[in-house]
Structures are given as structure tokens and as C-alpha cells.
Write a protein that binds this ligand. Structure first.
Ligand code: DQA
Length: 150
């Protein structure tokens, strides 16, 4: 088996309040916890020959710095910026630093909810967007990146 360090790295970034998944509005976001999602992504990454590294923060600057650290080291970014989707030029500018496929993901369908959620600051610079498929969207995103970089 390929050593983990030799595999292309995919960074998965989860924005604010996603650490509360499982407890947070389960009728919208489901009952799966963030640890369960990340464990599933790690396992799928192994099957796909990728190293999936997950990161969550409730702080905009920490998210910006994590994205910056992916410059030149990551083969793909999967990002659910959560509420920062709708507000953060700083996250958008950090994503613009990367030269790899970027998939924006949302558990809920942001176009079926309040009007303020319909605007995404990164949709037009992302390679693709997945919105409304719940946890499954993360796994599709990882498969999509595996295909794009193979
Ligand atoms: C979300 C949608 C955002 O509007 C919201 O602020 C979130 C989660 C989603 O995954 O559906 O925190 O990004």
C-alpha cells in the first residue's frame, strides 16, 4: 500500500458551528457528527489513494491561515465555509491563492432556505458546488477530486 505521506493530499475545511453537527438543527443538518464525517473521509481517501486532512474552525482568520498553508502542498480543497460562505471576502481571497480543484460543499440546499444564504462568496471561483446532499456530498466531493487529479 502507498504510504500516507506519498499520497496526494486533499484538505477538507469546515467552517463555524460545524463542530456542533449531530446536535445542531438535526432536521436541517442531520444526525452525523463531524468526527464521523471526517473518519468516513479518511477511510474513503485511503480507498482512493488520497490523504484526506480535515480541519474545523469557528474563526475566520484560522480558516484563512489553514487555506494559505495548503499552497503548493495540496492537490484539492473541499470547503464548507458555513456562515462565512455568505460573508467572507477573506476566505474567498485565500481560496484564490490555490492552484488546485476546489469543491464548495453545503449539507443543506442553500438555495431553498433564507434569501441571505443564496449568495456564496466562493461559488464563482470554485471548481464545483454540492449543496443539499447532506453528508453524502462530502464523499462525492472527494471522489470528484480523485477523478480530476487522476
Ligand atoms: C451550511 C449552510 C450555511 O448557510 C450555514 O451557515 C451553515 C451550514 C450547510 O452546510 O448547509 O453553517 O454551509
Amino acid at each position: 500500500m502507498t504510504e500516507q505521506k506519498d499520497r496526494p493530499k486533499v484538505l477538507i475545511v469546515h467552517g463555524p458551528n460545524l463542530n456542533m453537527l449531530g446536535k445542531r438543527e438535526p432536521e436541517i443538518y442531520g444526525s452525523t457528527t463531524l468526527d464521523e464525517i471526517d473518519a468516513g473521509l479518511k477511510e474513503l481517501g485511503e480507498k482512493l489513494g488520497l490523504e484526506a486532512e480535515s480541519f474545523q474552525s469557528n474563526h475566520e482568520g484560522a480558516i484563512v491561515e489553514k487555506i494559505q498553508s495548503a499552497m503548493g502542498t495540496c492537490s484539492g480543497l473541499i470547503i464548507n465555509p458555513a456562515a462565512y460562505t455568505h460573508t467572507s471576502i477573506a476566505v474567498r481571497d485565500a481560496v484564490l491563492l490555490l492552484d488546485c480543484p476546489v469543491i464548495e460543499i453545503h449539507l443543506s440546499n442553500i438555495y431553498k432556505r433564507e434569501a441571505f444564504r443564496r449568495k456564496s462568496m466562493i461559488a464563482d471561483i470554485a471548481t464545483a458546488q454540492i449543496s443539499g446532499l447532506g453528508v453524502h456530498g462530502y464523499y462525492l466531493a472527494l471522489e470528484g477530486i480523485a477523478k480530476m487529479i487522476s
